[in-house]
Design a protein around this ligand. Structure first.
Ligand SMILES: Cc1ncc(COP(=O)(O)O)c(C=O)c1O
Length: 322
């Protein structure tokens, strides 16, 4: 399905649609962490209990996922950002994707894998990561009803004025369309046509994304250079060097993320609130900070990073002296 200007909106509507099927029982979701705050907000809205699972370099800890879903039929879903995950930049491995196709077989009824492929074409390097097709694996496993794939052009054309996508099995798509048809006539077809005319095909999308890469890669390079210059080898922070997506995820020493973010705010640098990358806004170790360098210009970013690294150093030293 090609939708309106927001895939998050489709996710919300899909969860709302499923609540009738999950109804009556308390519903739980698995949330690989750190993750995307808005996924967690949807769960909070629907009173869905969130259970965290660790996100490793190759995807969620599948052993834990399997154990949890097979023991508790109230777990009805899992949020995944399988390529250049928000915020850690990891891409799920072939093994993890294949395991995801099998998971619904051991889960309770109407289990759904929310495969939010928000960064499907958002490479920061020429040869980006390859994410194997979950739908192909699910076809083999016979679990396509349990897969909901999502994406959008919010970071391809215009945030707030792009188009979104949802894919699942034919029968599940028909059920979701029926749910939507009670609340709307249809999505903005003129905007969909504008996108087709502008982007044309996969080569058009690739050429367009290469232009974005030219704009934002220097920003990522600058952030990484500043972190390296000021924080490397000091045991004050660790961070990732993403090959795509929109974020650099940084972990401070335990307990310092909130202080660093508030120090930076006092000096005029606004960061994503501490805890945002965890369900209920609670980072148990208070360490994770999501850096999103795409918006500011290079000069502004340079000043912001000078402030940021100084705050990390100050907070770490203050904590040592306390
Ligand atoms: C993982 C993820 N999913 C969805 C979205 C939002 O997408 P949309 O603008 O299509 O609602 C974002 C935006 O930051 C995101 O990071």
């Amino acid at each position: 399905m090609v939708g309106g200007n927001s895939s998050l909106n489709l996710m919300y509507q899909y969860v709302e649609h499923m609540m009738a099927h999950w109804g009556g029982e308390p519903v739980k979701f698995l949330c690989p962490v750190p993750g995307y705050d808005r996924h967690f907000t949807i769960c909070e809205h629907f009173d869905i209990e969130m259970i965290t699972v660790p996100l490793n370099d190759d995807g969620p800890d599948m052993q834990q996922v399997k154990e949890l879903v097979s023991k508790d039929a109230a777990i009805k879903g899992i949020w995944c950002v399988p390529k250049y995950s928000n915020p850690t930049g990891n891409t799920y491995s072939k093994e993890v994707v294949e395991q995801f196709a099998e998971i619904p077989k051991v889960a309770g009824d109407n289990f759904r894998v929310f495969w939010d492929n928000a960064y499907a074409v958002h490479d920061l390097v020429e040869q980006g990561d390859e994410l194997p097709s979950l739908m192909t694996a699910a076809e083999k496993a016979g679990t396509t009803d349990n897969i909901v794939m999502l994406g959008s052009t919010s970071k391809v054309t215009f945030a707030g004025a792009g188009i979104s996508f949802l894919a699942t099995s034919t029968s599940q798509l028909a059920a979701f369309e029926k749910f939507l048809s009670d609340q709307m006539i249809g999505f903005d077809k003129v905007n969909q046509l504008r996108h087709v005319r502008f982007l044309k095909d996969i080569d058009g999308i690739k050429a367009h994304m290469a232009k974005h890469r030219d704009i934002i890669k220097p920003k990522f390079d600058l952030v990484l250079k500043k972190l390296e210059e000021h924080l490397a080898g000091k045991n004050m922070a660790s961070w990732n060097s993403p090959r795509g997506g929109y974020f650099i995820s940084l972990d401070t020493r335990p307990g310092l993320a909130t202080t660093i973010i508030s120090m930076a705010a006092d000096a005029g640098v606004k960061l994503t609130p501490a805890g945002a990358t965890f369900p209920y806004g609670k980072d148990p170790e208070n360490t994770n900070i999501r850096l999103a360098p795409t918006f500011p210009g290079l000069a502004e970013l340079e000043s912001a990073m000078d402030v940021f690294v100084t705050c990390v150093e100050l907070a770490s030293l203050n904590a040592e002296l306390d």
